[in-house]
Design a protein around this ligand. Structure first.
Ligand code: ADP
Length: 168
């Protein structure tokens, strides 16, 4: 009999965490017993924030969500899912462009670990255009991203880029 205790992992870079990610976390955690938000520690990717900084921001932002845990992992997601005894992976879909890569990842993960099912949530309309990559681009051009990211992230960005007075 399959376990009825649902543990889901929401993996991603979260560099930085956006209001879109946060919406997915708050909607996702209502569907499962436990949601583990897991930051992929990818040393090959040039990151804006260190993994420790991203963990701090995620913990601060999700402190009010009792069944949400924040963690990081190296290597294959399915191996991490096995270690954490997770039976689901949560991912978000914003547009057709997400669908193609998400489909491929879900199929590969299912082949490697069939007992972990991928659950997709559609992005909310008002967040569907927000991506971490877009936030990084706006910051590089000295734009204001405070309406796209949670307050603790905007605060950290202000500290990291003190010259940018537009981050409120
Ligand atoms: P990755 O580096 O794996 O793309 P991200 O942190 O950018 O990591 O995204 C993690 C997951 O969150 C992906 O499934 C992505 O589609 C989803 N996601 C990202 N931005 C949003 C958003 N604005 N609304 C809903 N889901 C999103």
């Amino acid at each position: 009999m399959p376990s009825r205790h649902l543990i889901a992992i929401y993996p991603g870079s979260f560099d930085p965490l956006t209001n879109g990610h946060l919406d997915l976390i708050s909607r996702g955690c209502r569907l499962v017993d436990r949601l583990i938000v897991a930051i992929l520690d990818n040393t090959q990717k040039q990151a804006l924030f260190s993994v420790a900084e991203r963990i701090d921001m995620l913990r601060e932002t999700t402190a009010n969500l009792a069944n949400v845990e924040v963690d990081s992992f190296h290597g294959l997601l399915v191996d991490y899912a096995a270690r954490r005894e997770a039976n689901a992976i949560l991912r978000g879909i914003r547009a057709i462009s997400d669908y193609e890569t998400e489909l491929q990842m879900a199929l590969v993960n299912r082949r490697m670990r069939p007992e972990t099912e991928t659950i997709f949530l559609m992005a909310r309309e008002e967040y569907s255009f927000i991506s971490s990559r877009m936030i990084k681009e706006i910051i590089t051009l000295d734009g204001d991203v405070s309406s796209f990211v949670p307050q603790p992230v905007a605060g950290r960005l202000r500290t990291k880029f003190p010259a940018d007075s537009k981050i409120k």
